[in-house]
Design a protein around this ligand. Structure first.
Ligand code: MG
Length: 263
């Protein structure tokens, strides 16, 4: 069953969304050659706890870290390591916080120093796919419309869309119904209603969509060793359209002033 959130619940989803967005942006500003994912993980853990939140990932089915840190051909669920990041790497970080009983989940892919144009495009298109997916999350549409919106954009560039991992409903639980695949047919699957909250999260591979899991039983990598990018927002479906919850206050203001400038 898909749980529609009340106005009160949505306020709590907004609070935790803004909180985890702040952590994401703080980590983004820390990423540079020489820093390790363990340092980023420890910083994220501290920021969440200092804000009165709990890092949702720790202990989730036994996952040991506050963030998933996935480098280059790692797609998702990567372990934090003390090895320094290198110029030219790309780092996907995925994180979630629980605050006041509700959860915000977000991911982004960050260049480490200067990266190739090929990698820049992979990251840009992944972000664009996320935004096309979010735009399709409208009252009256169906879950298949979200996947279709992501797929039609990703395939223009020949990228592999990861099928083994999907977006999801979110609220008091990190993974609620429905599953939100990043491919699909328009007009299929569950109807979208006001109050639904979703984590939409395309993962795009430079090559094949196929994945395998390393012997640590968590880290998911591309079968062909080519790089992968990930972007995720938690959103709420409102009568007025999708509302991105995992933005900082500054990002929301920018969005509003951009929208009014464009009107
Ligand atoms: Mg998620």
């Amino acid at each position: 069953m898909i749980i529609a959130k009340s106005a009160k619940d949505l306020d709590k989803m907004r609070e935790v969304g803004e909180l985890i967005a702040g952590v994401r942006e703080a980590l983004r500003s820390m990423v540079e050659p020489g820093i390790s994912t363990m340092e980023l993980n420890n910083a994220a853990d501290k920021m969440m706890r200092d804000a009165g939140a709990i890092p949702t990932f720790i202990g989730y089915h036994g996952f040991p870290y506050a963030i998933c840190a996935s480098v280059n051909d790692e797609i998702v669920h990567g372990f934090s390591k003390t090895t320094p990041l290198k110029e030219g790497d790309i780092l996907s970080i995925d994180m979630a916080a629980t605050y006041n009983g509700f959860i915000g989940d977000t991911a982004t892919t960050i260049p480490v120093g200067e990266i190739t144009d090929e990698l820049k495009q992979l990251i840009r298109v992944t972000e664009e796919c996320l935004h096309f997916g979010i735009e399709a999350a409208r009252v009256g549409n169906r879950i298949g419309d979200i996947g279709w919106a992501v797929q039609q954009h990703a395939e223009k560039f020949g990228y592999g869309i990861v099928r083994d991992y999907t977006g999801h409903g979110i609220g008091r639980q990190m993974h609620e119904a429905p599953q939100i695949p990043n491919y699909g047919r328009p007009g299929t699957k569950e109807k979208i209603r006001a109050g639904y909250c979703f984590a939409i999260e395309p993962m795009l591979n430079m090559g094949t969509h196929e994945t395998r899991t390393l012997s640590d039983k968590w880290t998911v990598v591309t079968v062909d060793g080519l790089p992968s990018a990930h972007a995720e927002h938690t959103i709420a479906v409102t009568e007025d359209g999708p509302e991105i919850l995992t933005l900082t206050r500054e990002q929301k203001q920018q969005l509003r002033s951009g929208a009014s400038a464009g009107a």
